[in-house]
Each structure stands twice: as C-alpha cells, then as structure tokens.
Design a protein around this ligand. Structure first.
Ligand SMILES: NC(=O)c1ccc[n+]([C@@H]2O[C@H](COP(=O)([O-])OP(=O)(O)OC[C@H]3O[C@@H](n4cnc5c(N)ncnc54)[C@H](OP(=O)(O)O)[C@@H]3O)[C@@H](O)[C@H]2O)c1
Length: 330
C-alpha cells in the first residue's frame, strides 16, 4: 500500500486513513462494537493501516477499540490521536453541552495547558495499549492557553519518545503559523469535502507553501456524498447529522442531483460514486489524506478502493466545474 509523508515529519500514512469517530458512537447515534472491531481489523488486514482517533470519540471508547485491534501488531499501524477536548475537567474554555455514551449530560471543554496535554497523553497511551503515538494533534483551538505552552508540552512528549510528530486540527492560517513557529508542524486536520471547500482560499496555499500536510476530514460529508441519504432519511437517536445545514432536505436533494452527474464516470471506472468522491478529494492540490469514517467492513472495503480509483486531470476539472454550479443553502 502506498503511504504519504506528513509534511516535513518522518511519519508516513495511508492516503485514505480510517476515521474512528463514528465507531465511538458519540454524536453518531451509537455504534455496534463487533462491527467496529471487524471494520478496524479488516482495514489493517487490507493495508489501510493508519487510524485517526481521539479521546472524545466515545469518551475513550474509540481509542480502546483501536488499542484492542492493534495488540501484537503495533509496528504495522500508524496511530493518529488528539488532545485538547476534555469532558472530565472544568479547565480551559467551555465548548458545548453534550451527552455521554451512558446518556449522562457532560460539558465539553477545549483545554490544552501543558499539564493537561501531558496527562491526556498518558491516558491515551494506556487506552491504546502502546508507548508511542505517531501523530499527536490538538483537537480544537484552546483560546485560554497560549499556543507556545501547548506546543512546549508536545515537544516534551516528542523528546520522551511518546509522540513522533505534532499536528493541529481546525487551525486557521494565523494559528497554524504560530504553531509552526514553535515546533515542526506535520499536519493540519480540517473539514474538506466536495461541498465544503472554504479552505481552498487561504489555508491550502499556506499549507502547500509551508509543507504542512492537510488531513481532510468528513470528505464524504458524513455519508451524504455516498448518495445513500435521501431527503426523508431517518437517522438514529443521538445522531447529530439532521441538525447540520448540509442535511436539510433541500440540500440533500441538490447534492443527490449533483451525484447523479458523477454516475457515468463512476460506471466507466467500475467504481461507486463514493469512490469517485474520495478520488476527487485526493486529487485536490495540497490534500494529503482523506480521513474517511466507517462503521463496518463493507464501508471500509468500499472506501479503501477509493484509493485505487484515478481520475484524469480533465475528469477532475469537469467535476470541479459541476461543483462550482452547485449552490447549497448553507
Ligand atoms: N478533528 C476534527 O475536529 C474532526 C471532525 C470530524 C471528523 N474528524 C475525523 O475525520 C473522520 C472522518 O469524518 P466523518 O466520520 O465525520 O465523516 P465522513 O468520513 O465524511 O463520513 C463517515 C460516515 O459516512 C458513512 N459511510 C462511510 N463510508 C461509507 C460507505 N462506503 N457507504 C456508505 N456510507 C458510508 C458512515 O456513517 P453511517 O453509516 O452512519 O451513514 C460513516 O460513519 C472522523 O472519523 C474523524 O477521525 C475529525
């Protein structure tokens, strides 16, 4: 399996990386544990060996599931996890009210003080059953802690061999510049999909110029870009997708009309529409990795094959031209 380098770091990951948020259940209406374990094992066995997780994904559950499947083969996988989103402290800045996997109300905080980052790293290493993390990323900016302090904590962890490379998530250009000024910045993980392209304006050019990898998250726009979601789709209890603007009925209909236009190219390549979406995402300038979430083996199988689908420059441009005509009510 091909691997791509994360910026100037020496960490290499698969261009499609397993997104392990949904398998934690939180904000996705729960998840089936057996399906999740099967999906992760299948992914690694098929060569998609890079996994992106976070403590917040199921309040430790996603990391624990990852820990379970990597036992005995740590050297075969790349683990990307995060810090800075805490539900178990009042430190930092309040982010939002949510419900944990047992139905209890909790308050999510953005907190990345030095002490908190060090403590979170120990907890993640324990859940993951490993002694190092390949890429350690701040989950969301913490406006209560100077970036310098957060990066100093990560630098200590790198010196101790507990972390191989430093990454950020959801950082705009000015924050990314600050982080990169403190410590080698391998990557920035940000939302990017065919229907969410705002980073193309400023962040993509900055990342290209500064050799910082972009990890595009939610490239299937949380399943919408597979074409399976119809305007009357019934989501499970606790699934937050219906609250998102992309999932308004009128937008679902517009997206599906657009996806219909991809069907001829998909058929010609013996591919699914979702695979064309992944291929288009990876073909965009500056996009290093598509972080694709999956709940089960079937989804993993389809998504992995997206790496093998290639679009010509003309096909990519034609799809982009169609996309430029698509106006969603966001
Ligand atoms: N740093 C951050 O702040 C942040 C934020 C968001 C995401 N992320 C990362 O990015 C990863 C991916 O983003 P995401 O999970 O939000 O969205 P996504 O990858 O766009 O969509 C994933 C969801 O789409 C559905 N799906 C996936 N493959 C499918 C297939 N082949 N056929 C049909 N349905 C399929 C599944 O949900 P259903 O089966 O329920 O439809 C799956 O959970 C996350 O897992 C996480 O690692 C990071």
């Amino acid at each position: 399996m091909i691997k791509v380098k994360l910026g100037k770091s020496d960490v290499h990951v698969t261009p499609v990386t397993f997104g392990a948020w949904a398998i934690g259940g939180w904000m996705w209406g729960g998840a089936d544990r057996d399906d999740a374990i099967d999906a992760l094992n299948f992914s690694i066995d098929q060569g998609m060996t890079s996994i992106d997780t976070a403590p917040a994904y199921g309040f430790g559950l996603s990391e624990e599931l990852v820990g379970e499947v990597i036992k005995g083969r740590r050297d075969k996988v790349e683990i990307l996890t995060k810090y800075g989103l805490r539900w178990d402290t009042d430190g930092g800045g309040f982010y939002f009210d949510t419900i944990d996997n047992d139905g209890r109300p909790v308050k999510m905080h953005r907190y990345a003080s030095k002490e908190s980052v060090i403590a979170e790293c120990e907890a993640s290493l324990k859940r993951l059953g490993t002694d190092y993390i390949d890429l350690y990323q701040i989950h969301w900016p913490d406006t209560t802690t100077p970036v310098e302090e957060t990066m100093e904590a990560v630098e200590r962890l790198i010196e101790q061999g507990k972390v191989r490379a430093s990454g950020v998530c959801n950082y705009d250009v000015s924050l990314a510049e600050k982080a990169a000024g403190e410590l080698l910045l391998a990557s920035n993980q940000v939302p990017y999909s065919m229907v969410r392209r705002d980073i193309e304006q400023d962040l993509v050019p900055w990342c290209i110029e500064n050799e910082v990898a972009i990890l595009a998250y939610s490239p299937l726009q949380r399943g919408l870009l597979t074409g399976k979601i119809k305007p009357d789709h019934q989501f499970g209890d606790g699934d937050t997708r219906p609250n998102m603007p992309h999932f308004k009925s009128e937008n679902i209909a517009l997206v599906n009309d657009f996806l219909d236009k991809l069907k001829p190219v998909a058929m010609a390549k013996n591919a699914t529409v979702g695979q064309i979406v992944i291929a288009w995402t990876l073909a965009q300038p500056g996009i290093t990795v598509a972080l694709v979430g999956a709940r089960n083996r079937q989804q993993v199988e389809e998504n992995i094959k997206g790496m093998g689908v290639s679009l010509t420059d003309i096909e990519t441009e034609q799809i982009t031209e169609e996309l430029n005509q698509l106006k969603l009510n966001i």
